[in-house]
Each structure stands twice: as structure tokens, then as C-alpha cells.
Design a protein around this ligand. Sequence first.
Ligand code: 28F
Length: 652
Amino acid sequence: MAQTYSATDITVLEGLDAVRMRPGMYIGSTGSRGLHHLIWEIVDNAIDEASNGYASEITVTLKRDGSCEVTDNGRGIPVDIHPQLGVSAVEVVYTQLHAGGKFSDKNYAYSGGLHGVGASVVNALSEWVVVDVYRDYSHYQQRFESVLDKKTGKIVSGRPVAPLEKVGNTRRRGTQVCFKPDPRVFETVDFNSDTVRRRVRELAYLNKGVRFVFTDERIKNPAERVKEYCYEGGLSDFLAYLNGDKTVITDPIVFEKVQDGTLVRVAIQYTDSYAESIYSFVNNVPTAEGGTHETGFKAALTKAFNDYARRAGILKEKDNNLAGDDFREGMTAVVFAGVKNPQFEGQTKGRLGNTEVRPIFESVCYEQLSIYLDDLKNQDFALRIIEKAAKAAKVREAMRKARETARAKNQLDAAPLVGKLSSCTSRNAAQNELFIVEGDSAGGSAKQGRDRRFQAILPLRGKPLNVEKKRLDQVLLNEEFRSVITALGTGIGEDFDLSHLKYNKVIILSDADQDGAHIRAILLTFFYRYMKELITDGHVYIGMPPLYRVAKGGEVTYCYDDKALEKTLRTVGRNYTLQRYKGLGEMNPEQLWETTMNPDGRKLVQVTIEDMAEVERRVTILMGDKVEPRRNYISEYADFNKVDNFQPVGEV
Ligand code: 28F
């Protein structure tokens, strides 16, 4: 039944030109992230239709012409004419900002999204958009275009080419939207297949039972072109995926409950590893920086487990409570909050700020975890978790003592740095840079070649300890990591405090070979495991030394990859000398400065966590103790120079 829309339902605000004027206000940036945001705006509308039970299948297709098509098999956007505006609801949704009508379904704890809010933004920033609606046995279509008006020289954004029109009869139901991002708005209009595929898979995990079909028509190999994701197990299946190569020691603990209009959905599973991995989301949006849902969850977990340990007589009257860290060792958890009006905070808007959400998570998680722990059929799991935590507490205690004595003898802070770190003269952390350099010879050149005012050098000898299999205490005892921790100044794990960071950029310089890539992966694992905010707050970079040096006459050109070399060799013609750098150590200080350290010419890749789940899996495979998956992984991803999963930002 087509709803009639009073003017109040659809607030008609400024035109789409405002969006084109300041796109960053609506999609964050006009870089790759902003480009992909267009897809997620449209997919969100399809997911709203699915979350309300009207659609069961969503498809996302990347076309060869650079456009993206999204479909759902829901009710189809209404086609009736808006009484005040005199145009169809489809046209209103796609041409009026904030034209999303809130879903009135009462059975819905929180509104996953405003149907159609993002649609008009996508239209404003696209060259063209075609909307197909299949509804009431009819197929309707409308096309929108952003065209340059010759007279005014201005671009008119998202203008309907004609009113919505019926183009055929059909038994199909649902909505189809195809849009082509406008190259006049975006730095790049090239969709990244892996980025889209991974997010579609993540959405499939988060939307239990909804079938997602991702197609990249640009892929030649038909076997690779279409990927389908549908997880009846929802967050339990997500846990299984996240723990893929780890050894689990409990079944998944899963619960969900609505309280005061907020949806609490949690899945927990313990593995034999030492790492704590929490993936939190708000309305399907990943919150890499956590927030009130996560803090509420953590507090409840600690309280529920301690109270249980006392009830079960494992903790005696006189014993102290175990710490949250102890209970979270080896824990993989997915924490999902459904919130009506989420407030996002933090550097990358990745932290939930709503204060009312914390007590809701605390009470629901405490209640549900206590029910789980007291359930007789879960006793062996419960005891296993408590024992693991008690052991972790002993190690933590031993580590604290070790740190005390080490500090007393002034070992932890002073010794390793004496011969190691060449600090810079400036004390301005906002501009200072720390280069962590592989090998003493390269370290030497870096010390000589750098700008000592703001560039500090920390050479790492050989391959540092592989931290994935180690507890924090063993990591702390490793000299290499101690010097990194002390140089950064932030502390580690529970003590980590980003405000004490002494450098704005932490740049990893390692050779472009297998060893270099392994050292880089170990360092990234270390940061990811014990200083994750260093990454999520955007401080970690990877320096890219050149692979080749082409000299002809007095002219020297450095090439950073094979493509650049081909281009250079074509231009220099004949009788040139070509040098392939095997390692950083082959460059003299001047060359190292010029090619890799000088902020004016160097290439840095900023390490970001595009897809936490994927990073987790890769870290586990690459660093975990199972050799088989690692050998496959290495053979499959042999190109260690492709620092994938970490979004390159070009020159910084
Ligand atoms: C490929 C993207 O956009 N699907 C959508 C619907 C269904 C309804 C709807 C959408 C006007 C302003 C309320 C249908 N019947 N997929 C999509 N499916 N929007 S967007 O309504 C929008 C109204 O807000 C719908 C009855 N109620 C709602």
C-alpha cells in the first residue's frame, strides 16, 4: 500500500548544489574513502528494507563503465506523487536532501537508517543515476544527470531528465539504483574490488540470513567475478571467520536484547592465543576506536566473570578481583549496538559517544553473561576461561614485579636506548618523526642522512621477536621491542597513553625483500596488538625506498616500482646505468635522505585499518603458530611489497 506523504514526512531542504560545493561535509572526503561511501549510502537503503523484513537479497555490481549498481528485492520505493511537491516519491528521495522518512515500524528497536537520506547525496555527486522501481507488477524508471549549464558555466547537480515513468510490466519486486561517480568531484573514480568485496562480506555477517551478491564485471576470470555471502549464523559465523586459523577453546557465546530502544548484540569466543580482539559496530558502521558500547561491554564482562569466580569458589574471600585484561586474553568478541541517533567522535569518527548506551550495555551484558556462566551445561567453558584468566593474572603480576625491579635497576628505560636511539633536537612531537630502520648499516646511513632537527633514528638489529605467539611479558623482555616502546614514550597495553607519544610519524624502513617484509609485518603486528591506537590514530607509516637507480650523464632518476622503471627507461633511451637496490644499506646517506627520508620527495604509505577483520586474519595467519596456513598465505600473497590492507596515501 503506497504511503501518502505529508510535507512533514519529507522535509525539503536546500538543493543538491550545496552538496557538490562541500562534498567533504557529506561523505568525509573526495578521495577513495569518500568515493566508496557512495556505494554504502545506497546499500544502507537496501539494508533498511531487508532489516525491516521486506527484502532478502541485495546485489552490488561494479560495472566496466565505472558505474556501480545496487539492487534489493524489497517493496520498491513508492511511486505516488507527493501532494505538495507534485513529483514522485522517488524523485523526492533522490533530489531533496534529508528526504528520508523515518520508518514507522514499531517492532523495530532502532531505525537502522533513514530510508533514502543518502540517496540525494549520491545523486548530487554522480555524473548520472538511473533508478528502477519494481512495484505493483509495474516497472518504473527515472534518470538523473549532473550537467554543465553552458549559459551559466555552472554544473546543475542531479537533475531529473524526465519525470518517473512506467516502462513496462513485471513480476519482479524491489529497487535498483545504478550511479556513476562524477570525476569532476572525486580524485579517483576507480572502485577498489577488495575494499567493496570485504565490506559486502562484513555486512553479510552483520545482517544474518540476508543474501549478498557481489560482482566485479571488470574481472576477466569468470571464476573470480561473482562472490556470494549469506550467513544464517550471523555473528557466530563472523566469529568463526575471525578466529579462522586460531584454536578455539569455547563455543560461541551469543546473545541479543533490546533495552530502552537500544539493540545490544554480542558474540564472544575464546581461543588459545593471548591476543584480545574486539570488533565493535554501531548500526553496521565499524567503530575502530570503540566507545560507550565497548566500555559497557568490557566492564560487564569483568564484573560477571569475577562474580562468577567467587560463586564458584575459585576466587576466595581474601583474593583480589582479576583484571579486565586477564579475562580478555584470548577473547575474540563482536559487539554490535543498534542506536537511534548515534554520535560519532574521534579522529576518524570511529568512536561512539552516546553516554546513555554504556549503562545499557553494562546491564544487558552482565545479565546475559551471568546466565551463560551459571548454566550447568557451560561449566567447563566457564572454568576454562577463569583458569586462563587466573594464569594471565599471575603472569601480569610477575611482569609488574619484573618491571619494578628493572626500573629499580633503571634497566627498562635506559640501557637499550643508549646505543640505539639517535634522537632529534626538536621537542615538538607534532612534527617529529621516528624512523625504525632495519639493520645497523642502514641505521648508520639514516643517522647521517637525516634532518636531525626533527628526525630520530632507531636501528633494529636483525629480525625482532615474533610477538603473535608471545604474552606481553615475553614481548617486554625482548630488547628490540623495549627500545621501540621506550622511544615512542606511550607505554604499552593497559598503560598505553597516546598523549605521551613523542613523534607524529612512526616510519618503518625495511628492505624491499622477504626479510624486510617479515620485519615490517612483525612490527605492524606488535603495534596492532599492543598499541592499536598508534595505527587507528594514523601515526604509523611505511617508508618506500626506491627499487632502482637510473643514471645517464649527470641525470639520476629513482624508480619505486617496475612500472616507473619502464617509463623511465623509455624516456632516457640508451646508454644509461641501472642499479637494482637489494637493501637500504646499499644507499649512501645522501641517497637515502633524497629518496626515502626527505619529506619533499619521499613516498610514505600510511597504515590504516581498512578492514579490521581481514587484518586480524592476516596477522594470525602470517604470525600465528600454524605453519601450513602461513606457507599457503605467503605463496598466495608472495608480493610482500604490495602493502595491501593498508590504504596508501601517496606522498605525505
Ligand atoms: C538499491 C537501493 O533504496 N531500497 C529502498 C525502499 C522502500 C520504501 C521506501 C525505500 C519515502 C521517503 C519513506 C516502500 N513501501 N535500495 C533501496 N526501498 N524507500 S529505498 O520508502 C521511502 C519513503 O521515506 C518503502 C512502503 N514504505 C517504504
